[in-house]
Design a protein around this ligand. Structure first.
Ligand SMILES: C[S@@+](CC[C@H](N)C(=O)[O-])C[C@H]1O[C@@H](n2cnc3c(N)ncnc32)[C@H](O)[C@@H]1O
Length: 154
């Protein structure tokens, strides 16, 4: 499970709650959170959910919506952020990671300011972003990434 997501969850929730993963991929984070007692829905193109379009879950509202390394692949980023916002409970958190513009190993065009503006425009508050370097030791990768992470509240 993604370490930063785990830290965010442990810092902000004292008991397991309900979460939605946007772009859940191989369900690594979904299964990690389930092991921690959370109830989690994971959606992805692989499961027939195209996040270029607004998606409203039947299981909403969620306490946490998160998305790791997906938004830079999405063209319709306004609808993506709206999906996060509308699936959350009031005061619920959106936690998102992508790559920063300065990352030499991705095509992401995001900066903290750009992501913050996008989140603010869709109604999020308490927006905080961080940029840090992470070594990607996945087979065939072995390079650094400059990760951009943001958290924001509905
Ligand atoms: C780099 S993977 C990240 C997977 C997972 N979040 C993780 O951190 O392990 C990117 C994921 O975004 C999904 N994705 C890309 N475009 C998408 C779209 N338009 N709608 C839904 N999922 C999409 C891909 O199918 C892939 O699973």
């Amino acid at each position: 499970m993604n370490k930063r997501l785990k830290m965010f969850v442990l810092d902000n929730y004292s008991i397991p709650k309900r979460a939605l993963d946007l772009g859940a991929g191989e369900l690594v984070d979904v299964n990690g959170l389930k092991k921690m007692g959370w109830e989690v829905e994971g959606v992805d193109l692989k499961m027939g959910v195209n996040l270029e379009k607004f998606y409203l879950s039947k299981k909403r509202p969620f306490d946490l919506v998160y998305s790791n390394f997906v938004i830079h692949k999405i063209k319709n980023q306004t609808e993506f952020v709206k999906t996060a916002f509308e699936n959350l409970k009031k005061d619920g958190w959106f936690f998102i990671q992508t790559f920063d513009l300065s990352d030499l190993n991705s095509s992401s065009k995001f900066t903290g300011d750009l992501l913050s503006k996008l989140l603010h425009k869709e109604g999020f508050r308490n927006i905080v972003f961080r940029v840090f370097d992470v070594f990607d030791d996945e087979e065939g990768h072995n390079h650094w990434h400059r990760v951009l992470e943001a958290s924001a509240q509905k």
